[in-house]
Write a protein that binds this ligand. Structure first.
Ligand code: M6R
Length: 366
């Protein structure tokens, strides 16, 4: 049942405010504005961890990459991260007192499961963030942390991703507290920001007709680049993955600072460049990369907030405005414009959005 939407993907994009709220409700106390971990072992493991190893595949891997920024910045917990198909075969060096975290919507992804088993065999405490509670990964992990996205039918992951972020953020705050790097006032501020995310997404989705129009523009391109920096760099990767898997347009995500080390050679007026740049501490840096693109004739679609759009100048080709919020939650908010843009590009191209060619919802072979 698509609840009146044309595709499951559209339905699942629109479900995000609700399922994010459900997931946050599990991990946050809304009155105290603190994180509650229902697992006593977890705080201890995170407090004592020498390092956190994170692994997953596809979109879940990009959620993990956002997690890396959060765990390192907030909890000063060193993070090692790799896609599961690499991690499991490269004989990673697991530390003593190591914690390993696996992220999976289905809980059945073969490489992620194999990476988890490898870490377990090497004495790591294993945690899994999983959407299907009775799945193999949820059962085999020492500690399973649920997401509450509900069934995700569209092959392109949307609500599972933002729910993974909604579990990762509280976990990073908990790790920060357990490791003595967070005072109560900061925890309250970050929890308030998280609890505000669903409302901001509802607000953003009111401009869908504009995104539909822009999706039609993106659909004309053969190649698209996505740029982001810091915690929003994984969003550039996720945006590119979403676009290629459902619209079949070639897309690449890059760290904005890497442009001048190669990819800028691709820029001409035929390659739209989607820049993800909230008006945060890294904004100026990303905007200077964006200006390098525009100086070479590149057509920029800037996804930012009111202040960021105002400061960007008139040369920008198109803008997408995301509600202003604490920079901590920007990965949650900026996921939605990249999903909707890819969705409408695919709709404009007339592809099979929910069942893209060559792809399966759950990859249970290696
Ligand atoms: O079920 P999982 O989260 O383990 O799946 C991981 C990837 O296969 C999945 O995220 C895939 O990349 C999606 N099609 C992305 O939209």
């Amino acid at each position: 049942d698509k609840a009146g939407h044309r595709h499951y993907m559209a339905k699942e994009i629109h479900e995000q405010p609700e399922v994010i709220a459900h997931t946050l409700a599990h991990y946050l106390d809304p009155d105290a504005r603190t994180v509650r971990l229902n697992e006593p072992r977890l705080a201890k493991a995170l407090a004592e961890a020498m390092r956190l190893t994170i692994s997953a595949c596809g979109t879940a891997y990009y959620a993990g990459l956002v997690g890396k920024y959060w765990f390192e910045q907030l909890a000063r917990l060193p993070v090692e991260i790799d896609v599961a198909s690499e991690l499991r075969y490269r004989q990673p060096v697991y530390p003593e007192n190591g914690v390993a975290l696996y992220i999976s919507q289905s809980g059945e992804t073969a490489d992620t499961l194999a990476a988890l088993r490898d870490a377990k065999a090497h004495g790591q405490v294993t945690i899994a963030i999983v959407n299907v509670p009775e799945s193999t990964i949820a059962r085999e992990a020492d500690i399973a942390l649920p997401t509450f996205a509900g069934p995700e039918i569209g092959v392109a992951s949307t609500k599972a991703f933002t729910c993974q972020l909604s579990a990762l953020a509280p976990l990073a705050i908990a790790a920060a507290r357990a490791r003595g790097h967070m005072d109560l006032a900061t925890e309250n501020k970050l929890c308030s920001a998280l609890l505000g995310a669903p409302r901001h997404i509802v607000e953003f989705l009111k401009q869908e007709s504009r995104i539909e129009h822009l999706g039609g523009e993106v659909a004309k391109a053969r190649d698209v680049l996505y740029l982001g920096r810091g915690v929003n760099y994984p969003l550039a990767l996720e945006g590119a993955l979403k676009l290629k898997e459902i619209s079949y347009i070639h897309a690449e995500g890059y760290a904005a600072g890497e442009m001048k080390h190669g990819p800028i050679a691709l820029i001409d007026e035929k390659v739209p460049v989607i820049v993800i740049a909230p008006h945060d501490a890294l904004y100026e840096k990303t905007v200077s990369n964006m200006q390098e693109v525009m100086a070479r004739g590149g057509k920029v679609i800037l996804i930012s907030d009111k202040a960021g759009i105002a400061a960007a100048g008139a040369q920008v080709w198109q803008t997408v405005e995301v509600p202003e919020a604490d920079p901590f939650i920007s990965p949650l908010l900026y996921a939605v414009p990249v999903q909707t843009l890819a969705y409408y590009a695919a709709v404009a191209k007339g592809t099979d959005v929910d069942q893209p060619r060559n792809l399966a919802k759950s990859v249970t072979v290696e």
